[in-house]
Design a protein. Structure first.
Lengths: 294, 294
DNA sequence: AACCGTTATCGGTATTATCTATTTAACTGA
DNA sequence: TCAGTTAAATAGATAATACCGATAACGGTT
């Protein structure tokens, strides 16, 4: 017994006629006869008494009819709800982000998105780039915003916004406008943990300039951007930090920016997701919003 | 989209595997693939992301799954409820009956039936045999109990119990043990209306004895057995009435029985129903009970 | 690079849904 | 009572599709 049988039955019941039903459903009358016969066999009871020119529903048909209608309705509702799920922008949005985008980009973008689509609820998870990327790979997150790419043919990266890393320090630690890389290795230096996108970017920069962090005078390795910033403010050493994160400290002259070899350290933030996973509709909409809004 | 698709989808979702589902459903894996593809096309969305060795349900699948289970369940319930309708003895029992069976037979039989099957509710409609039979023909009643048969190839009659019609009168009207038909025609006579089974039976009796009610001295035609009985008691005339209806009056000597030509007027009560209508199960059970109990 | 486990695709077969034409049955009206 | 009408059942044929086995393609593992 499937839905098709029930639809045919319902139509026959409604019109009390095989022929009328066949007209409504655009199916030939013998086909209707056949289906009703099959339904009767599968339910092991007669559904209509054939009286010759007319038919009459049996007690079983009376029981079946309302329930059949209900199921037919439910099935239509089901289709609509699935369609709704793939067209409406609502539901949970769990976004992973590394420190800088999670702190200085996402809140604003999430706010403006929620203003347009009030039925979404954000959950923003902040971890370093490596951890976020790993969670995406493990299907623990559907997408993330990170400051470093790892090589993986499973992942799809979309560039979102450019950021600049700047060398900062208190005047006591470094009181000059520029510095060469060679000289920098002698300065007490603060760095992030290995998984950090900021660190990754800086190390790429060093490599490009034939250098490595092993030459540096590392006074501390710290687990977050703000920890590094606080340490730098305290005069513990110099550090390379996203401009976004230190703009305030630069404005208030607590920290000073020092150019390295007169170069800029640029990096991109990326939206990262698995190539093969289809994103729920609210995620797609948010990703679009992100690309426009950054 | 039909139930089969939903069942396959539910199994795939449950195992997160096309192959496991194919094993559970005893269908080949390519068939599963095909059905999921069809379902995806008909819903116009992807339901599982094929990640290579494994699959992951999409947001749409998450929406679909619980609702699909619900509908599958509902459909099974539906089957059970239809089966229940054709096996359980419960519900309304609308029985038509002519005066004598409706008054002297049905109440007792209905009572004993309801004791065995408390979930039935009787509705007993009393009209004369002709009207009851007509209502059966018009599908206004599913069955009736009547004292006269009409010729119709649509109707099915089952004999239930034998009854006897007796000529009764007050001693003032008729003070003798027997009477001949010829003499009876001179006696003031009370009769029922045309549709009455009692009258039909009596006229058949007259015809068999080469007589007709037109020869009779009809003082009144009355619309019910009890009206005729009351009129007879009042001494308005003689009447032919079911023995069941006048037993009390005979016992109390209010009325006296007079034999006609030393003959007995017998008749049967019949269960009447349309040959082509299938009776609901409680009706079938009651009809069986009737035949046993009479 | 070779090997597994999983899904997709292909080509063919079996089933069944559907059609038209016709028959059967019951009611209608002359 | 009998032709005419209407509706459902049946028969015979065809088209759609459900299903299968074999195998390719793909990702992950060794």
């Amino acid at each position: 017994m499937d839905i098709h049988h029930l639809k045919i039955f319902a139509s026959v019941y409604k019109y009390k006629s095989f022929t009328r039903a066949s007209e409504e459903l655009h199916i030939s009358q013998p086909t209707i006869s056949e289906h009703i016969k099959n339904l009767e066999n599968s339910l092991d009871c007669r559904l209509f008494d054939r009286l010759g020119r007319s038919i009459m529903p049996t007690a079983e048909a009376e029981v079946l009819y309302p329930k059949a209608l209900q199921i037919i309705d439910d099935l239509e509702l089901l289709q609509e709800e699935v369609t709704a799920a793939s067209t409406m922008i609502k539901g949970k949005l769990v976004i992973g982000a590394s420190t800088i985008p999670g702190t200085y980009i996402l809140p604003g973008v999430a706010y403006s998105f929620k203003k347009q689509h009030p039925d979404v609820a954000f959950e923003i998870l902040i971890e370093d780039s490596a951890r976020i990327t790993n969670m995406v790979l493990q299907h623990e997150l559907l997408c993330g915003i990170v400051g470093a790419r790892i090589v993986s043919d499973k992942l799809d990266y979309t560039p979102l916004i450019e950021d600049e890393l700047v060398l900062v320090a208190t005047p006591k630690v470094l009181n000059q406008k520029t510095i060469t890389l060679e000289k920098l290795t002698n300065i007490p230096f603060l760095q992030r943990e290995t998984g950090s996108g900021t660190r990754q970017t800086f190390e790429n920069f060093l490599e490009k300039n034939n250098c490595t962090s092993q030459n540096f005078n590392i006074v501390a390795t710290l687990g977050s951007t703000s920890a590094v910033k606080q340490a730098a403010k305290a005069g513990l050493g110099a550090a390379v930090i996203s401009r976004m994160a230190v703009q305030e400290a630069l404005d208030s002259r607590v920290l000073k920016e020092v150019r390295i070899n007169n170069l800029k350290i640029r990096r991109n933030f990326y939206l990262v997701r698995q190539k093969k996973r289809t994103l729920p509709h609210q995620y797609l909409a948010f990703c679009l919003h992100l690309r426009k809004g950054c």
